[in-house]
Structures are given as C-alpha cells and as structure tokens.
Design a protein. Structure first.
Length: 474
C-alpha cells in the first residue's frame, strides 16, 4: 500500500508543472489579446481627438472597392511576384507586345474578365457569328470602368444596351426612320431621306477592351494584335489622360519597376508578416498604421507611376514640367493615333477617337461636396496645368478627323455637360455609375451618326411595264 501511495504522489507531482504551463500559455494569449485591444482603442481615441476620424474612416470604408480594382502583376505562371501584396485584385501579366495585359478568366463581386482578357461575362469567339455587329471600346481605366459597381454599369455595357434599345425602337416605330426600300416618286424620296437613318440591323456587341493604365502606345499594339483579328465593325478609343501624364521618354505604359520585380529577392520575415496581417488591414487602425509605415516603406526607387497610386495630392508631379515636354507628349499621342487610323482604314473599320472626361472639365459651380474635396486634394497647380494642357490632346484628334474625314470621327467628353449628375467623379478621372450612363449616351450619338453604321435604303424595283391591251377583232 505504501508503494502504491508513493507512486500515486509521484504521478501527480509530475502533472502539476504541465498544468501550470498550460495555464501560463493561456494567460499569455489572453494578455496579448487584451494588450492589442487596448492599443486599438487608444489609437481610435487618438484619431478622434486629432480630427482625422473622417479621413481615416473613408480609407477604411473603401478598401474592398480599391483592392478590387488595384492592379497586381503576376508572372507567366500567374503567380504573384514575391515582393507584391497578394490580394484579391485585378491580375495582369507582362506582355512583350502590349506591355501588360489582363489575365483571362478572373472575377470578383465588381467585375468579370472573360477568357480572352476583356471585361465581359461571355467568351468572345474569334469567328464572328452571323448578324453580330462588334464594337470594341479601348482605353485606360475610365474605359475599363474603374470603380464601377458591376460590368453592367460600365460605359461599354450601357452603350450596348442603348444600341439594342435603338433597334427595338426602329422596329416598333418604323415610320420615324428611313424605309428599307425607297418610294418611286421623287417627292416621297426626299421625304424618306429627311427621316432619321436606320442603324444596321443585327445583334450589337460592345466589347470592353479597356485596360487600367493603358496609353496610346499600348492601344496601338492592342489594335494590331488583339483587336483586328476579331473583325470589329467599329473601334472606339476613349483616352487622353494617360498620355498627358506619361513621360515623353516612354512609348507606352509598362509594369512599374518590372526589372526590379523580376530580380528582387523575397522580402523574408517582413514580407511574411505583411502577408499574414493583410486580412486584418480593413478592420484594425493599428494594423493599417503598422503596415503602411513599417512593412511597406515608400522610397523614391520603389515609387509607383501615377497610374497605380491612390494619392490625389501627388498627381501634379507627373504633369509636363514645361511647354516643350507637353508638346512631346501630345506629338506621341498624335503619331500613335495616326498609326491606329492607318490600321483601321486599311481594314475598312470606322474609328471614333474620344477624349475621356477629366475632373478639371467639370464646371466649378456644379461640384458636389465630395467633388469639392477632390479639388482640394488635387491642388491649384494640377487644376491649372490640366486645364491648359488638355485642349491640345483634343486638337490632335480633331486634326486626324479632318485629315481622314471618311474614317475618323473625333469627339471630346472632357467638358462635362449639364446632363452629368452630381457627383460625377470618384477621383481625378474615374466616373460614378450615373456618370457612365451619360458618357455612354454621348458615345451612342456618335455611333448612330456614323454613315458606315447606317442601313442604306434600297432603290425601288423597276416599275413593271404596262401590258399592251389587245385590240378587239372585227
């Protein structure tokens, strides 16, 4: 019995430290959690007292949308470069021909990219189905629909819906449009030609080939290699802003710091921690401050181009430094568009060159409270420089429309009309869903006014010759 009790005491004596260690580990976890909670509460109180609550709340309220439209670059195996954040964002990969292109077959709550790399929910076969009329919309993030709530609220899909509405109207009210076959008498022929022309009948499909960050050089390569093989019936290019901001030494937009990305070694422990806490960024002030200031240091060497920055107050530094630099950027824009015109004309495809909307084209008296805050962030230098520079891009497109009047139509969406809602901008050059509707309507009127998109009435068949009457026989 004595040995049994001694053994029992020995067993219990061995277990006590283990229980103590379990209790210590639990207490350590609880202590750390409470400490982090206190730090988070103190941080929030400090932000409230310092008057930065509204600004910080805005950055926390929009991270999902911003992240959804943030370009993240992947390698040929569609794996993120090791020094980039791995987020659920818009994936693009390097391309020797066009600089970079969107990865096909990706989607999230805001957009869907089809297998061909276009913003569309349906695949685009190379062979055009019978009766389909294809319109390609090219451009940068404005054409792509940065910030749109869905594919359906982008300019391309709204334009497609408007064209379908026009065809339905032509069927329901044929008396308002030119007849399919002209009448015989000259007076009624004049009346027929005075009516609205009919758009060609068929199924209109507007393909959104816009890519965030694209400049005219990217679009030139895109037209030649990625658009013409699909045999479009019309090409619309909605751009201008990127060429104004892109240094004249660059022919097109490339992946920022591509060479460094390819050669850079993994970030090690800092990169691991950065990826580990990324999911908490949207919910914790402490994590956001810690990540922005310690884990992702900004240096001049690693600075992104303006296309991938979210800081409006930094945009002015990318504008032309002087008149000579502006002229070089406009000349590059003109020459690239001239080559696009040559390609489209050679394929007998009409072309619409449209200057995209931009914040400084908004009437100052029409600014909403949100847009007023954008103006403050952009600053006086930015606003004055863009207002003085943008008309030269508009003039470049108008020059091409005069040289090639049968192939090119130039329009400017820079100055927003009174039909645009308030607010129309979510930043310097991206539109709200409601503003996209007005932009699509303006493009619709340009498309419907092109003679090459009209159905030409046929001449009437020849009048039957009168049958000679036989004379009665005597």
């Amino acid at each position: 019995m004595y040995k049994s009790r001694s053994r029992e005491r020995f067993i219990f004596a061995k277990r006590r430290p283990k229980r103590y260690r379990q209790f210590s580990s639990l207490w350590l976890i609880v202590s750390i959690s409470l400490f982090l909670l206190v730090i988070e509460l103190l941080t929030r109180i400090f932000i409230d007292i310092s008057g930065s609550k509204e600004e910080f709340s805005q950055t926390l309220a929009e991270p999902e949308l911003i992240s959804a439209y943030q370009l993240d670059f992947v390698n040929e195996n569609q794996q993120p470069y090791k020094n980039l954040d791995q987020r659920e964002s818009l994936l693009a990969q390097h391309s020797l021909s066009v600089g970079y292109q969107l990865v096909g077959g990706q989607k999230n709550d805001y957009w869907q990219i089809n297998p061909q790399g276009f913003r569309d929910s349906e695949p685009l076969p190379l062979a055009k189905p019978a009766g389909e009329i294809r319109i390609f919309l090219l451009g940068n993030s404005t054409a792509f629909g940065y910030g749109s709530s869905s594919n359906e609220t982008t300019i391309s899909e709204l334009l497609e819906a408007r064209l379908a509405q026009r065809l339905a109207q032509q069927k329901s009210s044929p008396q308002l449009y030119r007849p399919d076959v002209l009448p015989y008498d000259e007076e009624n022929v004049k009346k027929a030609w005075a009516k609205h022309p009919k758009l060609k009948s068929g199924t209109y499909r507007v393909i959104n080939a816009g890519v965030p960050g694209y400049a005219s050089g990217n679009e030139l390569a895109q037209v030649a290699l990625s658009v013409l093989p699909y045999k479009p019936d019309l090409i619309i290019i909605l751009n201008g802003y990127t060429d104004l901001m892109l240094d004249s030494g660059e022919k097109a937009t490339e992946i920022p710091q591509l060479e460094q990305l390819l050669n850079k070694k993994p970030q090690g422990f800092r990169g691991y921690i950065n990826q580990l806490i990324q999911p908490l960024r949207n919910y914790s002030h402490v994590v956001r401050i810690f990540q922005d200031n310690l884990l992702v240091p900004k240096s001049e060497e690693d600075r992104d181009t303006f296309l991938f920055t979210e800081q409006l107050d930094n945009l002015a530094q990318y504008l032309p430094a002087d008149e000579a630099e502006l002229e070089r950027r406009v000349e590059r824009y003109l020459q690239h568009h001239k080559q696009i015109v040559s390609l489209s004309a050679g394929a007998r495809i009409p072309l619409i060159l449209a200057n995209q909307p931009e914040f400084t084209g908004r009437n100052a008296s029409k600014l909403s409270e949100e847009e007023g805050a954008i103006a403050t962030q952009l600053g006086r230098d930015y606003i004055q420089t863009v207002r003085a520079s943008y008309p030269q891009l508009i003039a470049a497109n108008e020059q091409l429309s005069k040289i090639f009047p049968h192939n090119v139509k130039a329009i400017s969406l820079y100055n927003l009309t009174d039909k645009y809602p308030t607010p129309s901008f979510i930043d310097a050059f991206h539109l709200t869903d409601e503003a996209n509707k007005v932009a699509a309507e303006q493009l619709y009127f340009s498309v419907s006014s092109l003679s090459k998109m009209h159905q030409v009435p046929k001449n009437p068949p020849p009048k039957p010759k009168p049958i000679p009457q036989k004379l009665p026989t005597q």
